[in-house]
Unconditional design. Structure first.
Length: 422
């Protein structure tokens, strides 16, 4: 067998971007051993030598050392065979090559490295409607430079709000709607976000049990760890920047911000489009470990027992027991955020101890309900009615970096690789 054939039989993964998600994606796949080699596009020079890149790969302020993550605290470093000329190193037996010149996906030229599947972790190329040769870069540029499939570690973001998502693009959350992925049709796959992933696994059991018609409204707030997009110290806003809070120190503040989780959720669970939903986000000064507080208003039956916390917890407990991938976990212990850091594969850990419900009668004046027939209203003895509604509050933990999101992103990537016959 010649060398070219040997190269062609290697399972290769491309990773574009080497920030938090990019680096931890390397950690995940080095440990998983599905891919024989990984090609990481840094898009720029880094440090003074390849040793500086190895230093960055090996050590992590949140999760410790790479070898400790793989084999425990008594293990030895696993990075060796640094080749400065070829910009490559071996990480626990996996060949990893680094590219340091092209930032635009269109010019990376993945085909030179036998890369057919790329994970873009930059968070920069999220518009699936952009042409591949767009001067500011496009996720479609990866396809032109040799990739067959591109997985984005963030939700799609279309600049032209009126444009639909193209037919060759799909958003999936593993364990929720990954069956929607069609390898014959889809080239661009968004793995949503860490918050949407958690939220989807919190909503799905409720939808399965109650149905969308019984859920009157829902809202969520994510108490979210800091991200690299925030400032370490206060900084002068850029020209035209409207949200002044983004420039305040992440180390010293609780910062109100936004999240696209509600919008993305309806792409993952279409029934959510029928339910009024509000999503908010609060950033807090910790490195990882986040929490979703979900509030759901449920229509009660006229007769029968009210919806109580025991029922809500039973729904989640049974869903966790029946989940073959264990993406949903249920806990009746007293947890804090650091307890769930690095917890493998869990999209959400339901904090059952803190589930709360409250049932009350909601008063509705039918005269103020739009669309009702006036003759119907006048025929009633009283136009004011009361209906029981239960409000449920559910808490869900998630490690927004390695434990929850990166591990589920890894499952998504391997599933797509299998469909490609890699």
């Amino acid at each position: 067998m010649n060398t070219n054939n040997q190269i062609s039989k290697k399972k290769s993964l491309g990773i574009n971007g080497f920030g938090r998600i990019g680096k931890l994606t390397v950690w995940h796949h080095v440990g998983r051993k599905y891919f024989d080699e990984i090609v990481v596009n840094l898009g720029r020079p880094a440090g003074t030598s390849l040793e500086d890149i190895a230093h960055y790969v090996e050590r992590d302020s949140t999760y410790g050392s790479l070898h400790g993550f793989l084999y425990g605290h008594r293990s030895s470093p696993v990075i060796e065979h640094l080749d400065e000329k070829n910009a490559s190193m071996t990480i626990d037996g996996c060949q990893v090559k680094f590219l340091r010149s092209e930032r635009n996906p269109f010019r990376i030229n993945w085909r030179d490295y036998n890369v057919r599947l790329v994970v873009d972790t930059t968070g920069k190329f999220l518009d699936p409607t952009r042409p591949p040769d767009h001067p500011e870069g496009s996720c479609r540029g990866h396809l032109e430079s040799g990739a067959d499939k591109v997985v984005l570690s963030a939700p799609f973001k279309i600049k032209d709000k009126g444009s639909p998502i193209p037919e060759d693009a799909v958003t999936i959350v593993m364990g929720i709607n990954d069956s929607r992925y069609d390898p014959r049709q889809h080239q661009l796959i968004s793995a949503a976000s860490c918050s949407t992933t958690c939220l989807a696994h919190m909503m799905k059991p409720l939808l399965n049990f109650f149905g969308p018609s019984k859920i009157l409204s829902a809202s969520m707030a994510t108490v979210h760890a800091a991200t690299a997009s925030q400032e370490v110290l206060d900084r002068l806003p850029g020209a035209g920047q409207k949200d002044l809070r983004k420039n305040r120190s992440v180390m010293n503040n609780i910062i109100l911000t936004t999240t696209g989780a509600a919008r993305t959720l309806s792409q993952v669970i279409p029934e959510m489009a029928r339910i009024g939903f509000i999503a908010e986000s609060v950033r807090i000064p910790i490195s990882t470990g986040s929490l979703i507080i979900l509030v759901v208003n449920l229509q009660e039956e006229i007769s029968g027992d009210s919806i109580r916390r025991d029922l809500i917890n039973t729904i989640y407990r049974q869903a966790a027991e029946e989940d073959p991938k264990k993406y949903l976990l249920f806990s009746d212990k007293q947890n804090v955020s650091s307890d769930i850091i690095g917890l493998p594969r869990a999209a959400v850990i339901i904090e059952g101890l803190e589930t709360h419900t409250r049932t009350a009668n909601v008063t509705i004046d039918l005269k103020k309900v739009p669309g009702l027939d006036e003759h119907l209203i006048t025929s009633l003895k009283d136009s004011v009615i009361k209906t029981p509604v239960t409000q449920a509050v559910i808490y869900g933990w998630y490690d927004n970096e390695k434990g929850s999101y990166v591990n589920m992103l890894g499952d998504c990537v391997v599933s797509i690789a299998d469909s490609m016959g890699l």
